[in-house]
Design a binder for this molecule. Structure first.
Ligand SMILES: Cc1ncc(COP(=O)(O)O)c(C=O)c1O
Length: 378
């Protein structure tokens, strides 16, 4: 079979269609809250950007120079010294570019288990073989990685070290150091996908893996801190890689939308994104707390869940031999939704798991949604 035919459509995207009935309280999608978009700031930025006709013209593949230096300065300010970035059409495109540029068909990609399912799709599309690595509450387990590295010789390790999708977990600093050392010793690439890192509600920041590993490609995104509809992401690559990645991007889409990049550059110049992110963190932190507080009365005894310090997700596992996909059908009859966990596994799924997002609903809606869910789960 041609390899694209064997890649399934994302069940989360399919599910979003089912949960779009207005009466459904959905904990399914990993969407930012639309009422928190900085609509006025972005409208003004587009207005200013559009005073220059060149923002409607073709542009260089690498991206808008002003935006590149603003993003590089922002990363440097967050503890990741950066001289340049490649602007991508969302970090999803960065994943596809990295897969095309760095993976030969049949190459092995090690991934934390469970992991972001659209990354799995990208690697499958590139013809890679995906090998899962066990993870626990502290994230990917370096001992399990060592044994996968020694037996499977992966070309790449993919992980979301901070507030992971789907688990919400964060990889500890000491594990980051062990993974960086393994990458240096064995020469595999690390792809650090970090769309959620700035959304921290409690605890203190952990330095990006890319700041301690020159084998690491770092991916960032405007989607969760700005607006995903703008489709703006960035890629910070170790020396030697940027040229190849630019050529792959040329073939993919020539360049990311000129007008959206220009508006983002204007926005970053005239607005305080840090202050906006701080507002998001206050709101999302309250929503996180509302969901965590409601959980004991929502789920059956014996259920376990992650306790995320940031990001968008709580990851749960029900006791016994249950299938969360079956429970979802029942939940939809009660006008509430979540994402079954199975698609987040590269090989053998744990059907008792599921993911809940707390960002798109207010604390009041979360309380109501959790009450509906309790009727299904308890
Ligand atoms: C871990 C992870 N990586 C990448 C993406 C893609 O984000 P973007 O909108 O930047 O393409 C997402 C989106 O949900 C994600 O959760």
């Amino acid at each position: 079979m041609h390899r694209t035919l064997s890649v399934a459509s994302s069940p989360v995207r399919d599910l979003l269609a089912l949960t779009s009935r207005p009466e459904v309280i959905s904990f399914a999608g990993g969407l930012p809250a639309p009422e928190l978009f900085d609509l006025d700031g972005l409208r003004a930025a587009y207005d200013l950007a559009l005073r220059d006709r060149s923002v409607l013209q073709y542009a260089p593949t690498e991206g808008n120079p002003a935006l590149r230096s603003l993003v590089a300065a922002r990363l440097t300010g967050r503890g990741l010294p950066t001289s340049d970035v490649l602007i991508t059409t969302g970090s999803q495109q960065a994943l596809a570019l990295v897969a095309t540029a760095l993976l030969e068909p049949g190459a092995v990609v090690a991934v934390e288990e469970p992991t972001y399912l659209a990354a799995l799709q990208c690697f499958q599309m590139a013809g890679a073989r995906i090998v899962p690595v066990a993870s626990d509450d502290e994230g990917l387990d370096p001992a399990a990685l060592r044994s996968v590295v020694e037996s499977e010789r992966p070309a790449m390790l993919y992980l979301v070290p901070t507030f992971a999708n789907p688990t919400g977990r964060t990889l500890s600093a000491s594990r980051r150091a062990q993974i960086a050392a393994l990458a240096a010793e064995h020469g595999f690439w690390v792809v650090e996908d970090d769309p959620y890192g700035e959304l921290r509600y409690q605890g203190s920041a952990v330095a990006p893996l890319a700041s301690i590993s020159d084998r690491t490609v770092y991916l960032g995104s405007f989607s969760k801190i700005g607006a995903p509809g703008m489709r703006l992401g960035w890629l910070r690559a170790p020396a030697d890689l940027p040229r190849t990645l630019v050529i792959v991007k040329q073939a993919a889409d020539l360049h990311t939308s000129t007008v959206d990049q220009a508006a983002a550059a204007v926005y970053l110049t005239h607005n305080d994104l840090d202050a906006h992110v701080a507002r998001l963190c206050v709101e999302y932190g309250a929503r996180r707390d509302a969901m965590i507080a409601a959980l004991p009365a929502t789920v059956p005894d014996g259920t376990t869940w992650s306790d995320p310090d940031g990001g968008m997700f709580v990851w749960l596992r029900l006791p016994g031999d249950v299938d969360s996909a079956v429970l979802l059908k029942e939940a939809l009859r009660h006008d509430v939704a979540f994402v079954p966990g199975a698609p987040f596994y590269a090989t053998t799924p744990d059907h008792a798991t599921f993911r809940m997002s707390f960002t798109t609903n207010t604390p009041e809606e979360i309380a109501e949604g959790m009450a509906r869910l309790a009727k299904v789960l308890r």
